[in-house]
Ligand binder design. Structure first.
Ligand code: ADP
Length: 271
């Protein structure tokens, strides 16, 4: 619903807005109750940022869809993955998809395109905390290796990073995908590995297929090339899915393997 300037609001508008606020408050309270019961579904930063920060303008539709996602069986959890331009150039598409498929996740949407700089910037700043968290993570990465970070202000780190990231992500086609399954967000992050390939665990995609580091990328004034973007939390995933995909691009279907993964009772497989 369009928001009119205060001077043009009629009593009816005000009434409908306060009804929306009340509804939004109700959904928020429900989410919190649900989070207490199933804390693993609602990541800590989400509670801190979205539910208690009075300065954030709430989008109740987003709350409603996130709440719906939380109430569903965990097998419906979804996450967004983007194979970045280096993943496409290194012909690792099949390998990357294979890793997520093999663990039992279901691919429910996929498309290839060259992103615009605007879409990339929006994507990375959907989470208002991303600038601070990413800057702090980068600075910690330097300290952990006994190196001096090039910047001490986390926000300055990410200001410079966004430009490099935009150049990287718009340099060629990417593949955006939605993967669904129990704990999809955490499972995908685990398989993908940490941000810096040098320190990503062996056995993860980034750990096995890339040799980049903060040091090397700083040296060349570019973004770290680490093949994949993967959502960091359930909320982030729902926001990013809404950012890149329309509802009609997402498939709702059953796989034969769903039964062995999720059916509470297994039928005998003996003949
Ligand atoms: P992740 O993709 O692991 O969630 P971030 O959201 O922190 O990581 O950062 C987004 C992307 O920006 C990374 O995947 C990487 O390509 C790039 N990046 C992050 N930090 C740096 C950095 N300090 N220097 C260069 N590139 C970086």
């Amino acid at each position: 619903m369009p928001v009119l300037p205060t001077t043009h609001r009629t009593p009816n508008h005000r009434e409908s807005e306060s009804r929306q606020d009340a509804e939004c408050g109700f959904i928020k309270r429900k989410m919190l109750e649900h989070a207490v019961l199933q804390s693993k579904l609602l990541p800590e930063p989400f509670i801190k940022i979205d539910l208690f920060n009075k300065n954030v303008k709430y989008d109740c539709d987003r709350f409603r869809s996130i709440f719906k996602a939380m109430q569903q069986h965990p097998k419906f959890e979804r996450t967004l993955v983007i194979i970045k331009p280096d993943g496409i150039q290194r012909t690792l598409i099949g390998e990357i998809i294979g890793r997520y498929e093999r663990i039992g996740l279901k691919l429910i949407a996929m498309k290839m395109f060259v992103p615009t700089a605007e879409m990339i910037e929006k994507h990375y700043t959907l989470d208002p905390e991303w600038r601070r968290v990413t800057g702090e993570k980068t600075i910690k990465g330097y300290h952990d290796k006994g190196l001096v970070p090039p910047e001490t202000d986390p926000l300055e780190v990410t200001r410079k990073l966004l430009k490099k990231l935009s150049d990287y992500m718009t340099s060629g086609p990417v593949i955006a995908m939605i993967w669904q399954g129990s704990h999809a967000v955490k499972i995908v992050r685990k398989i993908t590995g940490g941000t810096e390939p040098l320190t990503s665990d062996v056995g993860t995609i980034r750990g096995d297929y890339v040799l980049d580091s903060y040091e090397a990328s700083d040296n060349d004034g570019r973004s770290i090339r680490n093949l994949i973007h993967a959502s960091g939390s359930v909320k982030e995933a729902e926001d990013e899915i809404a950012h890149w995909f329309g509802k009609d691009e997402i498939m709702n279907y059953k796989l034969v393997s769903d039964a062995i993964l999720y059916d509470a009772k297994l039928d005998s497989k003996l003949q």
